[in-house]
Design a protein. Structure first.
Length: 140
């Protein structure tokens, strides 16, 4: 059908002529209510967006001087976050003279990650930042 014929037909039906596939030869068009088409499309996009899995990054802060009981508590929290499907950013904060012993802090961070019983993988390796070190892990 030619374009003028399609336009006449769409005006008779009081609908819009909408180009669906402009790159096709010949271009594909439909006679429809364009407002209704846009509404359906936005509704479909919202539904697809709600089905996407959302990740949240949770944070755990440690120190070089964190005691055994506190480490166990933080380990349990980390495992809980990982089982819920969240990413976990583990930070070790260095204060004062502790900054001179970065190797000790890095070792404590590695030991903490190894102590976690939930299967995990390292998403971001250990990085140094001005206040200490951090690492991001996720569940497998």
């Amino acid at each position: 059908m030619t374009v003028p014929e399609a336009l006449i037909l769409s005006k008779q039906k009081m609908l819009d002529l909408v180009e669906i596939s402009p790159k096709a030869v010949p271009p594909v068009c439909k006679i429809m209510d364009f407002g209704k088409f846009q509404y359906q499309k936005s509704k479909e996009e919202k539904q697809n967006k709600s089905k996407q899995k959302k990740f949240e990054t949770k944070g755990i802060r440690l120190s070089v001087r964190t005691d055994e009981h506190d480490l166990n508590f933080k380990k349990d929290q980390t495992e809980k976050f990982l089982t819920k499907g969240n990413k976990v950013k583990i930070e070790i904060i260095l204060k004062g003279r502790e900054k001179a012993h970065g190797d000790l802090a890095r070792q404590n961070l590695i030991e903490f990650v190894k102590s976690i019983s939930v299967p995990n993988k390292i998403e971001q390796e250990i990085k140094r930042f001005p206040g200490g070190f951090n690492i991001i892990i996720t569940s497998q």
